[in-house]
Structures are given as structure tokens and as C-alpha cells.
Design a protein around this ligand. Sequence first.
Ligand SMILES: CC(C)(COP(=O)(O)OP(=O)(O)OC[C@H]1O[C@@H](n2cnc3c(N)ncnc32)[C@H](O)[C@@H]1OP(=O)(O)O)[C@@H](O)C(=O)NCCC(=O)NCCS
Length: 157
Amino acid sequence: MDQEHEITLRKLTVDDVDDFMVWATDPKVAHFGSWEPYASVEDAIAYMENVVVPHPWFRAICLNNSPIGAISVTSSSGADKCRGEMGYVLASAYWGKGIVTKAVKIAAKMVFEEREEMERVEALVDVENGGSHRVLEKAGFVREGVFEEIFCAERKN
Ligand SMILES: CC(C)(COP(=O)(O)OP(=O)(O)OC[C@H]1O[C@@H](n2cnc3c(N)ncnc32)[C@H](O)[C@@H]1OP(=O)(O)O)[C@@H](O)C(=O)NCCC(=O)NCCS
């Protein structure tokens, strides 16, 4: 299947919730993420209303205008506003067809065009997420390093 010309990005809206549920409920898609698979449409709608819709750069990855995944670039603020962190997910039925590589290329181009202040788009990927590493390599991202260990302190109260 030649999908090279069929992948587009557009805003994801609450009306897309049925498509969103396809990947958001899939444990394979959530496996490397910091989220649990969604169990209810109500929770998905709340996420879409509270996070997706107000997000400055959150797009549906569409095949023939139907969402099959999502990609976002979250900007830092203040002195770090020149940096954006990219994240993406794709419904597992479409894995391995070059779709996210295409989406990453389109998204990076759009963000650099739309955001004059943006100098870097970064992605943090689990060391075991080989598919995501390969996507970024194919999209022209440069591997800068590996976090051996991450220390953090969390609020106690
Ligand atoms: C990772 C993910 C985004 C890849 O999307 P995709 O559209 O299937 O990616 P592409 O088809 O563009 O490219 C995948 C590449 O990774 C390779 N690949 C897949 N699994 C791999 C693995 N375990 N180890 C190494 N390479 C792997 C594929 O062979 C392909 O490379 P190739 O074109 O050289 O053959 C998709 O699997 C996904 O949504 N996963 C769940 C969410 C996720 O992990 N998001 C990223 C968080 S950082």
C-alpha cells in the first residue's frame, strides 16, 4: 500500500473520540508511555477537553482524514521556549508502514515554520523502544545521548 501521499496532520477534536479510543485503549500502544490504557470514553473525553484541545500543538495523524494516531510538540517556557518536546502514538494496526516517520517529518517542518522562536525539537525515548529510535533516525533526528540514570525528588505534601 502506498501511503506516502495520504498521511496528513490536523487538529484532534472531541468529535474524534471513537478513533482516539482505538489506540488509547490498546496496551501495546501504551506500553512505553507514561499513561495507562483508557478504560472509558468519559475519561478519554475529559483528557481531550482538558489536554488535547487547549494544547498549543497537538495534531491527529490522519489516513484519508481519519485519525489513526497523534503527534504533539510541547514547548518549554521562559528562557527554554526555543525547545519543544515531541511525542507520538499510532494505532497498532498501522505500525511498520512508515507512517510515523512521515508524520514526524511533517510535524517538525510545520513547527519550525509556525514558531519563529523554536530552535530545537527533541524526543525522549525509552532505551528499549527500538521502533521509536528508528523513526527518529529515519526522520533525520540526531541521537545526542543516553540517560544512564535519572534522579528526582518528589513533593511529599
Ligand atoms: C514507535 C511507533 C511510533 C512507530 O511508528 P511506525 O509508523 O510503525 O514507524 P515507521 O513504520 O515509520 O518506522 C518503524 C521502524 O522501526 C523498525 N522497528 C520496529 N520495531 C523495532 C524494534 N523493536 N527494534 C528496532 N527497530 C524496530 C521498523 O522496522 C521500521 O524501520 P525500517 O523502516 O528501517 O524497517 C509506533 O510503533 C507506536 O505508536 N508505538 C507505541 C507508542 C510509542 O512507543 N510512541 C513513542 C514514544 S517515544
